[in-house]
Design a protein around this ligand. Structure first.
Ligand code: ADP
Length: 488
């Protein structure tokens, strides 16, 4: 795979005020390819001093620069230009994303297409966000207006670096915020490249600032910075608590997207030819490292054996390989993540949870890669961690249910509430169940379709709060101002 790394973005810079510079500490971090465990690039190890500079630069761009004062149409046009710039470099960016994250090329390509689509969608939406007028006392005129917060902070994870950049930055920019991004240390080359591309298509200085670095250094410095006005965070529940605490101390708002244990609820009358490939794909895509992975399959008891047989057959054909092999899944992101997934496997064996099927790792993968063969467990006891905890690996947990009421109880039986799928040919039943499931998104006879750029996304319960994606994100990244005008 030919990845050009000549640009400063992959040799250890922070991008502040449309310029690359070394981290003030001079430190860098190695970027390791998950497919072979070998370092292939360097990123800056940004710290508090770099975050201070990035926030001050974003603040100046907000208060003195053109960005919030441009018309929404002009801002939208620049977002659209960035969408085109990304699209024109799809091959280059696909190779970069695949190398950095280990995902198969076809999945990386879909991510780049989605990243461009975020800028296209919010480029078009920028000038469609408008306020209202409120009937009030005689002699008054009361309009409302959506206004930007000012400087928004974005802390994003490693699983979908390109998509996460588009998802969180595009709507924040569309409404007129200036931004500081702390991407994940494990994978962040495409976000760095996007920031550089944004400058090249004409984004003014200081609108997009990006400081890579460790979570506990650059991330903590950004989350706790008194100069930011809002935080968007996607990542683990543990760090989510730190982010919300930091936001509370600064009296600012935040959105948190903290993962899930999303269920497929499958009734005996489901169309299995449609359902099975989709269900399997939702848990192996990105090697299961997807917040909205459909990692629990709840099957109506009367259809249990038949559905399990269908899933087993499909699972046994799955192969993990390098990005270039372009198989069903790649490696997981790091040695640590592999260890975490294998820890679940060991405890499942210790607890006697049966393995129903296993895919394979392709023969000729590099020895240093972080490959995990995908697995299905079932029937998983309802209280076992495989039924309740997010693994973030290619693992499907299967549980039988008795009837509709039991299905709803089981679907809602974890702390999470991000996404769900209901599979049934009985439309009334599917709708009844879907409406009782506590999740930010519920699909009926489909799951995770089309990248979901247009669809508001976020959690209920401990999956977090706030919504990104769709038009809703424009509300999330802006605040409301009401003007009370007395004209007599
Ligand atoms: P994951 O388990 O997916 O790696 P994390 O929550 O650890 O999730 O990471 C998500 C993002 O949060 C990454 O950009 C990471 O660097 C950042 N992060 C990790 N620790 C902290 C922290 N203490 N404060 C702020 N950000 C952090």
């Amino acid at each position: 795979m030919n990845v050009q790394l000549s640009s400063a973005f992959a040799t250890g810079g922070v991008f502040i005020g449309n310029h690359w510079k070394a981290a003030q500490s001079g430190r860098t971090l190695d970027v390791v390819s998950p497919a072979d465990g070998a370092p292939f690039a360097k990123i800056a190890a940004g710290g508090k001093a770099d975050i201070d500079e990035a926030v001050a630069t974003a603040r100046r761009a907000s208060e003195e620069g053109p960005w919030p004062r441009m018309t929404a149409t002009e801002r939208g046009r620049l977002l659209s230009k960035l969408a085109v710039a990304i699209e024109l470099r799809t091959d280059e960016l696909t190779a970069l994303e695949a190398r950095d994250t280990g995902k198969p090329l076809k999945q990386a390509r879909a991510d780049i297409v989605a990243a461009a689509r975020y800028f296209e969608f919010y480029g078009g939406a920028a000038d469609k966000l408008h306020g209202e007028t409120i009937p009030f006392l005689n002699g008054y005129f009361v309009p409302t207006e959506r206004v930007p917060f000012g400087v928004t902070a974005h802390i994003i994870p490693w699983n979908y670096p390109a998509q996460m950049f588009g998802r969180t930055i595009a709507p924040a920019l569309a409404v007129g915020n200036t931004t500081v991004i702390k991407p994940a240390e494990e994978a962040c080359l495409t976000p760095l490249r996007f920031a550089e591309l944004a400058a090249s298509v004409g984004f003014p200085d200081g609108v997009i600032n990006i400081v890579p670095g460790l979570g506990e250094e650059a991330g903590a410095a950004l989350a706790n910075h008194p100069g930011i006005d809002f935080i968007s965070f996607t990542g683990s529940p543990e760090v989510g608590t730190l982010i919300q605490t930091a936001a509370a101390k600064n009296h600012i708002g935040c959105t948190l997207e903290l993962g899930g244990k999303s269920p497929h609820v499958l009734f005996s009358d489901a169309d299995l030819e449609v359902a099975i490939p989709v269900i399997v794909n939702t848990v192996v895509q990105n090697a299961g490292q997807t917040c909205s992975a459909g990692s629990r399959l709840l099957i109506e008891k009367s259809a249990y054996d038949k559905v399990v047989a269908g899933i087993q057959e499909k699972f046994k054909t799955l192969r993990a390989g390098t990005p270039e092999m372009d198989l069903d899944l790649g490696p997981v992101i790091s040695a640590n993540q592999k260890k975490r997934v294998e820890g679940f496997f060991e405890r499942a064996t210790g607890n006697g949870v049966p393995i129903l099927a296993e895919g394979a790792i392709a023969d000729n993968v590099p020895a240093g890669g972080y490959f995990v063969a995908p697995r299905i467990y079932g029937p998983v006891p309802r209280t076992n961690e495989l039924a309740t905890q997010e693994v973030f690996g290619p693992v499907l947990s299967i549980l039988p249910f008795e009837d509709e009421a039991d299905a709803v109880r089981l679907a809602n039986g974890t702390d999470f509430g991000l996404m769900a799928g209901v599979w049934s040919r009985n439309g009334s039943r599917a709708l009844r169940v879907a409406r009782q499931v506590k999740a930010g998104q519920v699909y009926i006879n489909a799951y995770g379709a089309g990248g979901g750029i247009e669809l508001p996304f976020g959690g209920m319960k401990k999956s977090g709060h706030g919504r990104e994606k769709g038009f809703e994100a424009l509300y999330e990244f802006s605040t409301l101002k009401t003007m009370i005008i007395k004209h007599g």
